[in-house]
Design a protein around this ligand. Structure first.
Ligand code: ZN
Length: 242
């Protein structure tokens, strides 16, 4: 079970020095882990910064919004009693709000509480949004590349862990597909493909970033083609080499 901080009590008070120390810590963690995703650091002593200070001090614990509001009020009497802490999540901070599952546990966050789960990663939904903005170049590993593609096969659109569009009795697994099978499987040359597409196309085709066939990568599709097409290809190649 996740620890719940009491709503009232001495922990609501923090000295200005302590607040500054926590803010500095948040600032360096933000620089190291979060700014590259486009998470913005709120200005020192702003309401948002104070929410983060309190949540950071009690990282991984459930803190009631009234506790945070009371804390903010001790620092800045001009700030209201009803602080909207849940908005931190939309801005990318890994804050879990009401009804959200706490990773690696079965617990859900109960109404009125917030949990700052990690400083080393933005909120996963925010990562996916920022990856979608950045596109393929933003992805640093296969998981993130899959996120760019909304966890779908680039070629047929089947969604990971859901029934496959081409073979509905199978659950879709996404594999690293070559865009160009003659080149090594670097991230620039990878698209997520379902096990069915990856199997059908073998190493016979070159794909574009959207998973569409762009060229042949072996003679096999030509040999399977109709006689007329083969003749046409032969003629065209002779023209080109002649
Ligand atoms: Zn597919």
């Amino acid at each position: 079970m996740i620890e719940k901080m009491p709503i009232g009590g001495g922990h609501i008070h923090m000295s200005p020095e302590e607040i500054d120390e926590w803010y500095d810590r948040i600032k360096s963690e933000h620089e190291m882990f979060l700014s590259k995703y486009g998470v913005k650091l709120p200005a020192r002593n702003s309401a948002e910064a104070l929410w983060l200070v309190f949540l950071r001090k009690h990282l991984g614990k459930a803190v009631h919004k009234d506790t945070i509001s009371s804390f903010v009020h001790t620092v800045r009497v001009d700030f209201g009693k009803d602080q909207q802490v849940r908005h931190l999540a939309e801005k990318g901070w890994y804050v879990l709000n009401k009804g959200e599952k706490i990773p690696n546990s079965e617990d859900l966050v109960v109404s009125g509480y917030h949990v700052l789960f990690s400083m080393e990663s933005p909120k996963p939904t925010f990562i996916f949004k920022s990856l979608k903005r950045a596109g393929r170049i933003g992805a640093r590993n296969f998981e993130e590349l899959k996120a760019v593609y909304d966890f779908r096969c680039a070629t047929c659109g089947s969604k990971e862990n859901c029934p496959n569009f081409l073979e509905p009795d199978k659950k879709t697994t996404l594999q690293r597909g070559h865009m160009n099978p003659h080149k090594s499987l670097t991230s620039e040359n990878t698209i997520p493909q379902c096990q069915v597409c990856n199997g059908i196309y073998l190493d016979d085709y070159v794909f574009d970033e959207k998973g569409r066939v762009k060229a042949v990568a072996s003679v096999r599709p030509v040999l399977r083609s109709e006689r007329e097409v083969q003749e046409e290809i032969k003629k065209k190649l002779q023209e080109l080499s002649g």
